[in-house]
Ligand binder design. Structure first.
Ligand SMILES: NC(=O)c1ccc[n+]([C@@H]2O[C@H](COP(=O)([O-])OP(=O)(O)OC[C@H]3O[C@@H](n4cnc5c(N)ncnc54)[C@H](OP(=O)(O)O)[C@@H]3O)[C@@H](O)[C@H]2O)c1
Length: 264
């Protein structure tokens, strides 16, 4: 009798524990960290992830000037946290990672980027070398440092993904003219470092994506007629859809916005 009672008790305890685990799994709210979240594609990613009910760590160089992001955070019921971050400031990246110690980050979205301005990178006409350094620090070093500093947070998460906003301009195999001498190599280098990372982190369960959003209607492309550009809302949902489909099997792929694969 005592044995039957203690077995039932053990079964009850196991079922209670199991139910508790299920409830915790259901309660899990994923977190995305977006760099350059104050405007353009980063703001749209923040808007769409928040609308899905995700927590968003939205970083911006100057939050005080980020009025749209501030308004989004204000009505997000605490889901959008705005943080100050310049991705060229490696110590600031470490400090932010330390501030969020113990917080899982399901998706690190390396979005912040600059072109350096087409007129600053005209070979044998006008090459502004300090601008080239800034482009490399922003588009290449920043994303890799973000991945390194936030690796513990990513490993602690359920989804374990690093998504990088790359560009078809970084596709060496697609080039057929000579221009953008700073921007193009920066995205090709981003592709290479993240491909490396995809290989190295596969055994740890981390998947890495490189995604070209296509020509998007943001400040970066204000020199082009709007009819040539894709709405930022569409670009944002393309980036999120591809990130949703990212897995360990397809990790390290360079996609364009429609899901087709670009040549390196
Ligand atoms: N738009 C396109 O057609 C297109 C095409 C291919 C790839 N992309 C890529 O998409 C990403 C987003 O571009 P976008 O079109 O949204 O451009 P955008 O409207 O010019 O926005 C760029 C964002 O990056 C931030 N940023 C720049 N330097 C930074 C730094 N050092 N630290 C932190 N944030 C920094 C900007 O912040 P501030 O406001 O402080 O400057 C801004 O939030 C970039 O990586 C870009 O290369 C864009």
């Amino acid at each position: 009798m005592i044995r039957i009672f203690s077995r039932s008790l053990a079964l009850f305890a196991t079922l209670t524990l199991f139910a508790g685990t299920l409830a915790r799994a259901d309660d899990y709210v994923p977190t995305v960290l977006v760099t350059g979240a104050n405007r353009g594609i980063g703001l749209e990613l923040t808007r769409q992830y928040a609308a899905r009910g995700w927590k968003v760590i939205a970083t911006a160089r100057k939050p005080a000037e980020a009025t749209e992001l501030g308004a989004l955070a204000a009505k997000s019921e605490g889901r959008v946290n705005i943080e100050t971050l310049d991705v060229t400031d490696l110590a600031a990246i470490d400090a932010l990672a330390a501030k969020y110690q113990g917080q899982p980050v399901d998706v690190l979205f390396n979005n912040a980027g600059i072109t350096g301005g087409g007129n600053n990178q005209l070979f044998a006409k006008k090459m502004d070398w300090p601008v080239y350094e800034l482009v490399l620090r922003t588009n290449v070093i920043g994303p890799l440092k973000m991945a390194e500093a936030f690796l513990p947070h990513i490993l602690a998460s359920q989804q374990k993904k690093i998504s990088n906003v790359s560009s078809s301009q970084g596709s060496i195999g697609s080039m057929n003219n000579g221009m953008l001498y700073f921007y193009r190599p920066s995205k090709a280098a981003l592709n290479m470092e993240m491909r490396n990372l995809a290989i190295q982190l596969k055994s740890k369960g981390v998947a890495v994506a490189l995604i070209d959003p296509g020509p998007v209607d943001t400040d970066m492309m204000s020199m082009l007629p709007k009819k040539m550009l894709r709405p930022v809302e569409t670009a944002g949902s393309d980036l999120i859809r591809i990130t949703d489909q990212l897995s360990l099997e397809n990790s390290g792929t360079f996609w364009t916005f429609d899901g087709s694969v670009l040549p390196w």
